[in-house]
Design a protein around this ligand. Structure first.
Ligand SMILES: [Mg+2]
Length: 128
C-alpha cells in the first residue's frame, strides 16, 4: 500500500503574489530589452556586475539627495513625479535590468523574503 501523499500546497499561495512575480519578470524583460537596445549589454554576460550594483547605489544616493532637498521637488524629465520617486524608480529599473540580464528570479525572491520577514521578531531583533 502506497503511503498517503500530502496534498501539495499551491505556491505562491495568493493570486497577488503570482501576478506580482509574473509582472515583475515581464517588466524586467522590457527593461532589459530597452537597455540592450541602448547598448548597455554590448559586452553580453561579461558585463561588470559589480559596476552595475555600484550604479544601483548611485541611484539611492540621488534619492538621498532628493530627500535632503538639494534638488527641486518635481523631476525635470517626469514632472508628474518627485525627484525622490524617480530616483527610486531608477534603482528598481537597474535591479530589473540586472535580474533579467543574468536570469535571476528577483520577483519570486521578493515574495519569499516578504514571507520570511513577516515571521521575524519585532524590528527583526535589532535596535533599528
Ligand atoms: Mg537617477
Amino acid at each position: 500500500m502506497k503511503p498517503k501523499q500530502k496534498a501539495k500546497t499551491k505556491w505562491p499561495p495568493y493570486e497577488y503574489q503570482r501576478v506580482f512575480i509574473k509582472s515583475f519578470r515581464s517588466v524586467a524583460n522590457r527593461v532589459y530589452k530597452n537597455s540592450a537596445e541602448k547598448g548597455f549589454w554590448d559586452g553580453g554576460m561579461l558585463r561588470n556586475r559589480a559596476e552595475m550594483i555600484a550604479l544601483m547605489h548611485s541611484e539611492l544616493s540621488e534619492a538621498l539627495e532628493a530627500l535632503r532637498g538639494e534638488r527641486k521637488l518635481m523631476d525635470e524629465h517626469i514632472p508628474t513625479h518627485t525627484n525622490l520617486e524617480v530616483e527610486l524608480a531608477d534603482c528598481v529599473i537597474r535591479i530589473m535590468d540586472f535580474s533579467a540580464g543574468f536570469g535571476l528570479n528577483v520577483g519570486e525572491a521578493i515574495i519569499k523574503k516578504m514571507e520570511y520577514n513577516r515571521k521575524r521578531p519585532h524590528r527583526h531583533g535589532k535596535v533599528f
